[in-house]
Design a protein. Structure first.
Length: 201
């Protein structure tokens, strides 16, 4: 057994609900280090995916591509572009398959991380969404059971947020705050925390 588009559709609903529920919190947190609109970007993007998901066929790669197109359609922000890039990476890795082994989830997350690194010219350790994806990819490596994968991802998303909270942001607009960003959660990392949490509900 492995990941199918049915799983993706179910995940889209859960993540979409989590994104909408976290919208105001993410806006407030983003307002401390950025434009204050990340919650809107995330909520609108994943709501668009939920809207398009019923039309997804059986090809997992095409479904991921549909996620990328939906998100990019409603968000032209830098974060929206990075999310779309992550989905496009997943689409490339799963193209033409109706079922993807759960053992590949770590590699798919790692591929999304690397694609975002290349697109945004970022770095691991800069206190950003990249660090969350890196932690999740490493925590889920070698796992084959979906429940174990989700549990490991959940722990990693929480732990990496705690680990970086007192570090300065070195990427994006938040880097301009320097040491003032110590003690504040990076909005992108907080977003991942909420989205993964949505999958565990």
């Amino acid at each position: 057994m492995g990941l199918t588009t049915t799983d993706l559709k179910d995940a889209a609903v859960a993540v979409g609900e989590a994104a909408v529920a976290a919208r105001e919190e993410l806006n407030v947190q983003d307002g401390r280090l950025g434009d204050g609109d990340l919650g809107i970007t995330v909520a609108n993007g994943f709501s668009a995916i939920v809207k398009d998901a019923p039309a997804f066929g059986n090809d997992v790669g095409q479904a991921f591509l549909g996620c990328a197109k939906a998100f990019q359609r409603v968000s032209s922000s830098s974060f929206g572009t990075l999310v779309a890039t992550a989905f496009m990476s997943a689409a490339k890795a799963t193209k033409g398959r109706t079922e993807v082994p759960w053992s590949e989830m770590s590699a798919i997350v790692a591929g999304a991380r690397d694609a975002m690194l290349a697109r945004g010219r970022g770095e691991i350790g800069g206190k950003s969404v990249l660090d969350s994806l890196d932690a999740i990819a490493r925590a889920t490596e070698g796992l084959t059971d979906p429940a174990a994968i989700l549990a490991a991802a959940d722990r990693a998303a929480s732990e990496v947020l705690d680990d970086f909270r007192d570090k300065p942001c070195r990427l994006g607009r938040a880097r301009m705050f320097g040491d003032k960003s110590r003690g504040l959660d990076d909005p992108g990392m907080l977003t991942v925390r909420h989205l993964v949490d949505g999958l565990t509900q």
